[in-house]
Design a binder for this molecule. Sequence first.
Ligand code: PRP
Length: 205
Amino acid sequence: MVTILQGTGLSHDVAIVRDKNSSLELFRNAVKRIGIHLAVEATKLLPGTNSTVTTPLATTEAIRISGSVVVVPVLRAGLGMLDSFLQLIPQALVGYVGMKRDETTLAPFEYYKNLPPSDSNTTFIVIDPMLATGGSMAGTLNSLMELPHSTIICCSLIAAPEGLMAISKGFPNVQLVIGVLDDCLNDQGFIVPGLGDAGDRLFGT
Ligand code: PRP
């Protein structure tokens, strides 16, 4: 269950985030816009309930999002797309998971977790700009799997085939929405051609 986005407007913004000469402001704003593309796609996957609505003229059929939605930005870089998702799903709750990759072993380390209550109708939307080895996403998903939920959607701006495969195989019920699928990982675990380190470029570290 993988969706890879397409479109000229999206590609234009992918070029901006790839460009090593893009300023912090250009980079940050392009990440937000790509976040909107991802959020639109994620909203198509939300469970819905049939209901009715009364307009000024008549009562008609309506579909509403069923259950609560919890957006989970993976710290730090996921914060760069949070506003985009909250613009489209303003009623969403927000849960935070902090994951840091060890630069040598590439193993993720969870340093923070604060998630709102969920129930069997909750949809989690995990957002992280980068899916490299998939270790950070897998660690986050392992935490969410222990909690009651109905649906989990993962959204990444850019992915390596290695990370995509790891999540698809390890979490077959999770729906993945990817902005752009790149060629491979290099020896340091960076996505190639990629965009560098999203967290560093978003926050100037
Ligand atoms: C980066 C990125 C992802 C993760 C992807 O975070 O933002 O969270 O690595 O790599 P993976 O798929 O191999 O786990 P990083 O650990 O650099 O932390 P940061 O967001 O604080 O920069």
